[in-house]
Design a protein around this ligand. Structure first.
Ligand SMILES: O=C(O)CCC(=O)C(=O)O
Length: 293
């Protein structure tokens, strides 16, 4: 897993179903998004404090420890991991999703006509050991599982949907890094069933199919994988939250209207029709429901 030329990146991605690119972003690139998260945590803390669910705003705690403390007190039992999308919808997220270095990597894998799908997630993987495990899955199985019964839509596995996974702290086996199975995407979409937590887990022993890779990453590295690549994340046995953001892209014109209706996205790059690229204001207008008349 090294930095390679575009053609070699593409070849490695096609072969393995994933690609790790080191040192893409720098500390400065994260400043705006950290600010958005900190302000959302602040807002959430005030809500919980005002409704008597926490006894303090814990403003003296660091960015990383504050949310754990707030959730420990408000949730009582084991901490549930959180995913935020609309809570952090902002120009700062748009800037990160359209970061030229990220778009260059995505374009090297799926071509120059790029649509951002609106289902990005900021994830807080809580320091709760086994509770924090995310089981093996292919993203397509979740997409298909989210389609309403009876809705006739093209299956998601017929499209390329790329995830760009970006840690906001260094990640390894201790704090729940991702694992992937090399070459697993070549087997197509596999059967799964719902476990006791309603999560879709494979019925087959996927770990026996190929090399299971631990995806150890430093802040600034990005990890890209496809919607058929089996991946999961390990327990977070550390004391701290594992923060990450995952972004999603497809070739423009992919038959994903059902996804874009649910999570409106935008055209992020186009070589053929550069005038179709959509600004933050255009994305914001798509995501903001019209005022009632
Ligand atoms: O961040 C994680 O722990 C899991 C992420 C994941 O499964 C995904 O982005 O599809």
């Amino acid at each position: 897993m090294n930095n390679l030329s575009s053609a070699a990146q593409r070849q490695a991605f096609d072969e393995q179903g994933y690609l790790l690119v080191r040192g893409v972003l720098n500390e400065q690139d994260f400043v705006p998004i950290r600010r958005v998260i900190a302000s959302t945590i602040d807002h959430r803390a005030k809500e919980l404090y005002d409704t008597g669910k926490i006894s303090s705003l814990y403003e003296d705690l660091s960015f990383y420890h504050r949310l754990t403390r707030i959730l420990r007190e408000s949730q009582g039992g084991p901490l549930l991991s959180w995913n935020w999308n609309k809570e952090v919808f902002s120009r700062e997220v748009y800037e990160l999703i359209t970061h030229p270095k990220i778009l260059d990597i995505v374009a090297s894998l799926i071509g120059p006509e790029l649509t951002v799908n609106g289902d990005y997630w900021i994830r807080f993987k809580m320091p709760t050991g086994g509770e924090s495990v995310f089981p093996w899955h292919q993203d397509s199985i979740y997409y298909n599982g989210n389609v309403d019964p009876g809705q006739q839509v093209p299956l998601s596995e017929e499209s390329q949907i790329l995830t760009v996974w970006i840690p906001m702290v260094d990640v390894d086996e201790r704090n729940g890094c991702l694992q992937v199975i090399s070459g697993s995407h070549k087997r197509g979409l596999r059967p799964s069933h719902r476990d006791e937590n309603r999560r879709l887990v494979p019925v087959e022993d996927v770990e026996s199919w190929g090399e299971v890779q631990n995806v150890r990453m430093k802040v600034g590295d990005v990890f890209v994988f496809g919607n058929l690549t089996f991946h999961h994340s390990l327990e977070n046995t550390s004391e701290d939250i594992r923060w990450s953001i995952d972004l999603r892209y497809s070739p423009t014109g992919s038959p994903l209207e059902w996804l874009l209706q649910k999570w409106p996205g935008f055209i992020a790059r186009s070589q053929q029709q550069p005038e179709t690229v959509e600004s933050w204001e255009m994305w914001e207008a798509k995501r903001t429901p019209p005022e009632p008349i």
